[in-house]
Write a protein that binds this ligand. Structure first.
Ligand code: ATP
Length: 234
């Protein structure tokens, strides 16, 4: 569904990602793991047009999308749930969700709102509450709900479990699996490597801007280097 070849993005003279190759097959969950500063967020932003890569190819459903504007990429069916969630704290839950549908031309926003509320009943209860008053886990759910309002075919999740209590983290991973089971393909960036490998089909390991390892999630989880560096040697 998504095929990345030789993707490189720099900040001035700093090469943050270097010649990345990565494939996300339709229907899969693919995890991208790596330490702080490895280039995971840069990869995600490069895919959705928030950063302009210097070179490489990004094919989505057989269309070249590198260099397209972010709103165009959303309308083709890719939504990003950004690191740190970016909830509009002075707007209500409902307004935040409606923002997610602003690109849509079809009229069934109400139907999709209903689906988001079915998935996250707490958001319906708090629909008139300001986004900034939600707990961290609820804000993450709101960020995912907002992305779903654009009806993505491919959902990019950047560190969805960051800063959340363990029970809430389990909830978030369960929701990711449900969304995938209902037909949305997922590219997941995580520092919670153990959980990310548990739910993924494939995984890529990024170190200082380069893919150093990839394979099925099972293969990657068994790799001694991954066990040592990311799974506490377990
Ligand atoms: P984290 O989990 O900490 O967000 P990451 O794997 O997502 O890490 P990136 O944020 O993509 O890593 O950063 C990759 C590299 O690019 C790092 O060396 C970082 O210092 C650098 N970098 C990131 N953003 C900028 C920026 N706006 N200007 C300059 N350098 C940046």
């Amino acid at each position: 569904m998504l095929n990345i070849k030789g993707l490189s993005t720099s900040y001035g003279s700093i090469k943050a990602i270097k010649e990345i190759d990565l494939d996300v097959p339709q229907g899969s969950i693919v995890s991208l793991i790596g330490a702080n500063g490895a280039g995971k967020t840069t990869t995600m932003k490069s895919l959705v047009g928030l950063l302009k890569p210097q070179s490489g190819l990004v094919k989505f459903l057989d269309q070249e999308i590198r260099g397209l504007a972010p709103h165009k990429i959303v309308s083709l069916g890719i939504s990003l749930v950004p690191e740190g969630r970016n909830i509009l704290s002075g707007m209500t839950v409902l307004e935040n969700l409606e923002m997610g549908a602003y690109q849509r031309k079809d009229p069934d926003v109400q139907g999709d709102l209903k689906k988001v509320f079915q998935r996250f009943p707490i958001l319906e209860e708090r629909r008139q509450q300001l986004g900034g008053t939600l707990s961290g886990g609820q804000q993450q759910m709101l960020a995912i709900g907002r992305a779903l309002m654009a009806r993505p075919k491919l959902l990019l999740l950047d560190e969805p479990s960051m800063g959340l209590a363990p029970l809430v983290v389990s909830d978030i991973f369960r929701v990711i699996q449900e969304i995938n089971a209902e037909g949305t393909t997922i590219l997941l960036v995580e520092q919670n490597v153990r959980q990310a490998l548990k739910i993924a089909n494939y995984a890529y390991v990024l170190e200082t801007g380069k893919i150093v390892l990839h394979g099925t999630a099972e293969e990657v989880a068994k790799n001694p280097r991954v066990m040592e560096a990311y799974l506490g040697g377990a």
